[in-house]
Design a protein around this ligand. Structure first.
Ligand code: CA
Length: 226
């Protein structure tokens, strides 16, 4: 059953949509504000977000940009007016589709199914190999040159996330969202400390890195040193 997150501040619309979408076979959770929605999108990892652009606490397009910084979840925006500029802004900010209020549950359901079809089913996490490093998210085991790494839960999550994006610079903000589940705020220092522990377990130092390369002022990337 696809899990939807509905971010909508109007209680009447919210409860009507929850009922209609549940009847159509979706699991639905809700948030009444933008910031609660952002947190729920990170914590709950829904398959799709339906985002009302007119929210009390934060502009919908701004929220969408914040969400896009930390998650690739498909998003359908719901806009009150047929305001072309607003729609264009939302699509530019990373929306997958939009729907103009008032809309029927049938129409929203059809758009949800279309967006989910386009995205395809998410693949099971596969074993990640970067040089001599092998990370298996299913067994939660990591080895380096055949030797098992003794990692804490956070260190493993951190390594697995970096390995899934090997060669790419990953920002500390993204790490806070993906590993610590803090989509905003949070301390860079936390990330730095865990990165240095992870680095030590990989048998390297910041001044003489092999796998973990810091990119000053941006973030960090995991690379194949060979
Ligand atoms: Ca609204």
């Amino acid at each position: 059953m696809p899990q939807l997150l509905l971010v909508e501040d109007d209680p009447a619309i919210r409860s009507a949509l929850v009922r209609a979408l549940s009847e159509r076979g979706h699991g639905v959770t809700t948030a009444a504000t933008g910031m609660a929605g952002l947190q729920a999108a990170v914590d709950g990892r829904p398959d799709l977000v339906v985002l009302d652009l007119g929210l009390p606490d934060v502009d919908g397009s701004t929220l969408l940009s914040m969400l896009r910084a930390v998650s690739a979840v498909p998003v359908i925006v719901a806009t009150a007016r047929d305001d072309e500029r607003e729609v264009v802004r939302a699509l530019d900010a990373g929306a997958d589709d939009y729907i103009v209020k008032p809309f029927s549950a049938e129409q929203l359901d059809a758009r949800i199914r279309a967006v989910l079809r386009r995205g395809g089913a998410s693949e099971p996490a596969a074993t990640l190999v970067v040089g001599g490093l092998v990370v298996d998210p299913r067994s939660r085991e990591a080895t380096l040159d055949g030797r098992t790494l003794e990692l804490s839960r956070l260190e493993f999550d951190l390594l697995a996330h970096l390995a899934s994006k090997s060669g790419e610079v990953v920002t500390k903000r993204e790490l806070l969202a993906e590993v610590w589940h803090q989509p905003y705020g949070g301390a860079d220092k936390t990330v730095d400390v865990h990165l240095s522990w992870l680095r030590r377990k990989l048998g390297e130092t910041a001044s003489d890195p092999r796998y973990l390369i810091s990119v000053r002022g941006v973030g960090v990337k995991l690379v194949d040193p060979s």
